[in-house]
Design a protein. Sequence first.
Length: 278
Amino acid sequence: MPHRYGDIDFKRTFDSLDSETIEFFRKQEERQNERDFKSLCDGLNNGTCYLCGKPLEDYSEPCFHWLLNPTIKKNVLRRLFATPVSFIHLYTYLTWVANSETPFVNVNDLMSDVSKGKMFEASIKYREFTWSFSFGGTDFEALHYGKSHYHLEIRKNDNVIVRFGDFHIEFTPYDYLMFEMISQGAVSIDAGHSAGIESLCGGDIPEVFSSGITIPTRTFILPSSCSDSQLSEIMELKEKTGMGIVDIIDKLNSEKGYSIKYAQCVHPDFMLEKIHRK
């Protein structure tokens, strides 16, 4: 999708900055995110929106908190989506809401099961609500609708309130700016309070969630990296010591120089099912 940011070399610009300047802005953003996340959590507990300060039931002015309203109606949401709404801001807001109760497992952002032809798909759950985002190449390039857009499905208690095809929500200039900087490798994505199952499966647990979090997972040993005798050794140690598989593998790799590789993913029983757009 052509936009005015495509001609700017962001990577070259950022590479010209010294490390102290980059670290200063990183810490500033980190502190602001912590303040905002705390404000969001406090607001949810008090029944108010941290963005506009109004009760979550208030429909007077368009705001993201409308998506949390227990009496949510599709016709009302037309006012919210009548103008471009930042995909990045809305997605971040809803993932923060979901992670305010239980981190990770209520955000299914796995890239491994994105449908063919889609660039992005994710589902987010908070209490009785499930929000699912989707956009593909034809959506982003505006090949059918005429304007670059994304789709959102909303369910309440598994009942569909808004279908994927009901709204073509237009991206904002901020989205184009961030997409361009990411595509150039000028900035990296730090999930932070938006982290979902993808972060868990990749072993990249954000520091903001690193303490006191217990998530049921499954461990998969890569067969090509583990011989039959090594596998037997792992199972014998597990039976004798009661240690976890991951701890045993790390111990053997460290003490005996093995190169056993493994992957972890959230146990299916604790994983939010992603809703795909057909």
